[in-house]
Design a protein around this ligand. Structure first.
Ligand code: G6P
Length: 614
């Protein structure tokens, strides 16, 4: 993971780099650092363990002047998260500095070679090998910085987004990517560089998304020059950013996560705009319409994703099998890619990813593509790697999601997948017209129903406090709401560090029931639907063992609410859409328990939002 930022221009680089690091902190936050070349030509590096705020404290009394610099916020892969292993890394002579996001798989071999030539290593990172090799190549091959970077990258196995500064060349940054994202921002007499567009948006809306194996040279007073690592010249394609600055700020909320939970009525409205057409009684997804035949001829749909996105995929399995009558398999990308899966040419593979950069999901679709499958992706970050290598897809358009625990991206993924299931079902004639129209109507009312649920925020905050004592939680659900049990448990684990497990409600008697006592809160999603009676029996089983019961029910329900210690009602909707509503109180519950436990909600320990390593 890790976040990288660079600046070259007329302004002071340090404040721009620090602000950029704060924006990218969601990508990792175990250490941070900055390298700057000042006007006297000195290359200064400052690094600190911990978050970017620690770096700021450390650099308070240092010389942070300079109009050119690179900076990094780290999520450790090779080498423990300490000051020495933090980036940037110097080369042997301290002429060069590098920042890196990714993993160099053959670093040990390369390191041995360099040690034989007398190079010494300060850190235990894979990254330091890169900067040493670049310097070694500069000296031995007598080439310029860009060529040295290029020759080095030709020997590297792994993934990288890198940026390099050269003390002898204080007007230039050389950067490159393969497998990890990198965006160049083009301002007036200045260039920016970052892992995503968030550090760039307040200065310019003109960007270049680098492609794998691109090397860019940013030199003041010149156009950006892009070549590939095999030295082919490329014409930079300049795109206009759609992001706005206000999307990157908390807007009065104490945490991004709460802001993002409350944004959901509006984000889903945006996700459905122009797609769910109630007046015309139809759903239009251009990525589907343009590739209808691939979906209609698919004998199987494989969904691949990680984390919360995988939970969205699981809900899609229920919807696609119900409406489109097509077999669906839902795979963890990390398992799928290494399992030697059987993939057919007429399979449709759907990748789901908020970031569009998750390394395992990216690898899974590359594999499926090689086997000739059709790749459709559902992603949020426009221009990210997964949509770029997919055959078609659908963006969720929820704006930047900054809280590490995914909320608004999840509800939009589920919405997109339900829309897709309905499109396939309608085209195949496998969904009754009346049901299609009813779901369409219900979909259009989802935003206002979420607003209604959000009105219960204060009450949820209130009773959440009573659960800070809990060591364990169980979440139960059935059918469409079984994945919500998994998602509710994941949200709690991620941000409160309470152990939580999600289960299909009926599986409880095959093990977890042994855990139930009066100390054990059990969250049950018991909305009206075709397994309602069954879940009522499951609640009885918990109650008989004195478990504390928190339920999510449909408005007007009296039976389950009487059996519950705490009950949250959500508005009635089509059964396939209940997950979009039932997850909202669980997001709030996890949030308020974490706040009551004084956890770092937006940046929980050990996690990162964008997992660009295996
Ligand atoms: C990380 C994040 C999760 C996310 C998962 C998949 O673990 O912390 O919130 O669900 O990655 O990310 P993606 O960007 O592919 O949806």
């Amino acid at each position: 993971m890790c976040g990288i930022v660079g600046y070259i221009g007329k302004k002071e680089a340090y404040p721009i780099l620090i602000k950029g690091l704060h924006r990218l902190e969601y990508r990792g936050y175990d250490s941070a650092g900055v390298a700057l070349i000042n006007t006297q030509g000195n290359l200064n590096i400052y690094k600190a363990k911990g978050k970017v705020a620690e770096l700021e404290k450390f650099a308070e009394d240092k010389d942070v002047s300079g109009h050119i610099g690179i900076a990094h916020t780290r999520w450790a892969t090779h080498g423990e998260p300490n000051q020495v292993n933090a980036h940037p890394h110097f080369s042997e002579s301290e002429q060069l500095a590098i920042i890196h996001n990714g993993i160099i798989e053959n670093y040990a071999l390369l390191k041995q070679g360099l040690m034989k030539h007398g190079y010494t290593f300060r850190s235990t990172t894979d990254t330091e090998v890169l900067v040493q090799m670049i310097e070694y190549t500069q000296h031995t091959s007598k080439v310029d910085l860009k060529t040295a970077v290029q020759l080095t990258l030709n020997q590297v196995v792994g993934a990288y987004a890198i940026a390099v500064l050269d003390k002898n060349n204080p007007n230039t940054i050389v950067a490159a990517r393969k497998g990890s994202p990198l965006v160049v921002g083009i301002g007036k007499d200045e260039f920016f560089l970052a892992s995503d567009a968030t550090p760039i948006v307040e200065y310019t809306d003109s960007v270049i998304y680098l492609e794998d194996e691109d090397i860019v040279t940013l030199e003041l007073g010149k156009e950006p020059i892009i070549t590939t690592i095999s030295n082919a010249q490329k014409t930079p394609e300049i795109k206009t950013l759609e992001m706005t600055l206000s999307q990157l700020e908390k807007g009065g909320y104490p945490h991004f996560m709460l802001k993002e939970i409350f944004e959901q009525p509006q984000t889903l409205e945006t996700s459905m705009r122009g797609r769910v057409n109630v007046d015309q009684n139809n759903i239009a997804l251009s990525g589907f319409i343009d590739n209808k035949e691939r979906f209609l001829n698919a004998q199987r749909i494989i969904i691949t994703a990680c984390g919360t996105s995988w939970h969205a995929g699981l809900i899609a399995m229920y919807a696609m099998e119900e409406f489109a009558k097509v077999p669906v398999e839902v795979e963890y990308s990390s398992e799928f890619r290494y399992r030697k899966p059987v993939i057919h040419k007429n399979d449709v593979v759907i990748a789901i990813s908020q970031s569009g950069e998750t390394a395992d999901t990216l690898a899974a679709i590359k594999l499926a593509k090689e086997e000739g499958a059709f790749i459709f992706s559902i992603c949020n970050v426009v221009g990210s790697s997964i949509p770029r290598i997919s055959d078609s897809g659908c963006y969720t358009h929820v704006g930047p999601e900054i809280g590490v625990a995914s909320t608004k991206a999840f509800t939009a993924q589920v919405t997109a997948l339900i829309m897709l299931s309905l499109c396939i079902g309608k085209e195949k004639g496998t969904i009754p017209e009346e049901q299609y129209l009813q779901i369409l109507q219900d979909l259009s009312k989802i935003p206002e129903k979420i607003t209604e649920i959000l009105h219960q925020n204060d009450r949820i905050a209130d009773f959440a406090k009573t659960f800070t004592y809990a060591q364990n939680f169980i979440y139960l659900g059935r059918g469409y709401n079984y994945p919500i049990a998994l998602e509710g448990a994941l949200k709690l684990k991620e941000i409160s560090y309470i152990h939580a497990e999600g289960y299909p409600a009926a599986e409880m008697k095959h093990g977890p029931i042994a855990l139930i006592s009066q100390e054990m809160p059990v969250v049950v999603i018991a909305t009206r639907g075709h397994t309602y009676d069954k879940i009522v029996s499951n609640i009885q089983e918990v109650k008989a063992r004195n478990g504390k019961i928190i339920t999510i029910v449909t408005e007007g329900d009296t039976l389950v609410s009487q059996m519950s210690d705490y009950c949250i009602a959500i508005p009635e909707t089509a059964e396939c859409l209940t997950p979009i509503l039932s997850v909202i109180p669980l997001q709030l519950l996890a949030y308020h328990i974490a706040v009551a436990k004084d956890r770092d909600v937006d940046q929980p320990r050990n996690l990162a939002k964008s997992v660009t390593v295996e």
